[in-house]
Design a protein around this ligand. Structure first.
Ligand SMILES: Cc1ncc(COP(=O)(O)O)c(C=O)c1O
Length: 431
């Protein structure tokens, strides 16, 4: 085991000028210094390699520096780098919108572009609120699920879990009602709660992370529950938003988590893997039915929302290039292989006494390491495990004592086994 080599000059300048996300620098944490990345590998300052078993926050789904994506980026830069998107359009945005709709169920016909997962949530919420506003329908309440994470902007925080992460901002959130996270034992009661809520006629929408809640620890729930929740909402004209920012693009074993469901949502949000991890972009996609409620001779009925980089051509080009890769059978074979390896690894983990709550959905595998304290993002085990893995050439990002892996689809069996063995060694040293 070796500690990552630190470039002291970079360390000092980083500390002097950079404010890192989700980081308490008071504790003297030195960020991992990465000078290059290729395929599954991150390269440290001394060329020490780390397998990126986290796909760099779920985004580099095809690995780093994929040549097909790189070529699309270069070509697009030489053709059209950027163009305002209000009152102008460009071929790559149109291609992406058309192709994305082609990957989704038939009711998805209109694509709104934004910059990341959080903005795709904001757009979804604003679309819902204005959809009812434009029609003069007074439905304002929102239903969300406990433990959810939909991003860090105000709308997204309002519909997420209210916890230590967003406590300073809570006074500024709008009112939201929550259903509990469903387990086999509680599903029925939760659906009854949701039905009662929807029947009050006060709810405009329900928003969920479909089938897997990410930030709360890769918590998996049933297709049957989600189908029933969506059905109940639709019966009461409550719009359903699936936040597929984390689950989209093959992560769960299918293109989207909604592909496991029989009943589809009205709005879906996408980001992260959308561009293969190369450029930031978010999409909010919905039906002509919703879009049509914004058509009017009155300009103020339009969706008056946008960002400077909306539908940036470079982002659109790399997203199209990523979709090309999904058209190759190799990509799906790789996804299936990771899912298989995860299943085998789950069986091995189930024999370890310090491990509990193993869950898997496709290429996502998560488990809890039992500690004296209860499961928490703030568990001390996090740093111990993170450093152990780094010291052994693996980059993961544990959520406290919840360990998860979500590698790029190009990971080889040897690399996967390397990740697995490092985790197993860590667990055996705990015993
Ligand atoms: C389900 C989900 N929604 C939204 C977001 C926010 O995305 P972003 O970090 O791109 O703003 C995330 C990010 O982790 C997410 O997992």
């Amino acid at each position: 085991m070796s500690k990552p080599k630190i470039d002291n000059d970079l360390k000092a300048k980083d500390a002097a000028h950079v404010w890192h996300p989700f980081t308490q620098t008071f504790k003297g944490v030195v960020p991992l210094q990465v000078k290059k990345a290729e395929g599954t590998l991150l390269y440290g300052m001394d060329d020490q390699t780390y397998i990126d078993a986290n796909s760099s926050w779920w985004v580099n789904i095809h690995g780093h520096a994929h040549p097909h994506i790189g070529a699309a980026l270069k070509n697009q830069f030489e053709t059209l780098d950027h163009i305002i998107f209000a009152g102008a359009t460009h071929p790559k945005a149109v291609e992406l919108a058309e192709r994305i709709c082609g990957t989704l169920p038939d009711n998805f016909q209109k694509v709104f572009f934004s910059d990341n997962g959080s903005t795709s949530t904001e757009v979804a919420l604003k679309m819902v609120f204005q959809y009812f506003f434009n029609q003069g329908i007074d439905k304002k309440r929102v239903l969300a699920m406990s433990g959810s994470y939909h991003g860090d902007t105000f709308g997204a925080m309002s519909v997420g879990e209210r916890d230590k992460f967003n406590a300073p901002f809570e006074p500024y959130f709008f009112d939201v009602n929550y259903i509990d996270f469903p387990t086999k034992e509680t599903e029925k009661g939760i659906l009854e709660d949701a039905k009662r809520a929807f029947e009050s006629n006060e709810y405009c929408c329900v928003i969920v992370e479909p089938l897997v809640q990410g930030a709360s620890g890769m918590r998996v729930y049933s297709v049957e529950f989600l189908d029933e929740l969506t059905t109940l909402a639709k019966q009461n004209e409550v719009l359903v938003i699936f936040d597929e920012v984390m689950t989209g693009f093959g992560r769960t074993g299918k293109m989207y988590a909604m592909d496991y469901c029989n009943v589809k949502p009205d709005i879906v949000t996408l980001s992260k893997g959308l561009t293969g991890g190369v450029l930031p972009m978010g999409l909010t996609i919905t039906s002509n039915k919703i879009y049509n409620a914004f058509l009017s001779p009155d300009t103020t009925k339009a969706f008056l929302h946008g960002h400077s980089f909306t539908a940036n051509p470079l982002g659109c080009a790399v997203a199209c290039a990523s979709l090309d890769l999904f058209e190759l059978p190799e990509t799906w074979k790789a996804i299936e292989a990771i899912a298989q390896w995860n299943t085998t690894f789950s069986v091995e983990l189930s024999k370890i006494s310090t491990v509990s709550n193993i869950r898997q959905k496709g290429t996502i595998l998560a488990f809890e390491v039992n500690t004296e304290k209860e499961t928490s993002y703030f568990s001390d085990l996090r740093d111990e495990l993170y450093n152990y893995c780094l010291g052994n050439g693996i980059f993961i990002r544990p959520l406290g004592n919840v360990v998860f892996i979500n590698p790029p689809y190009c990971i080889t069996e040897e690399e996967y086994n390397n990740v697995k063995n490092v985790l197993l060694n860590f667990l055996s040293e705990l015993n």
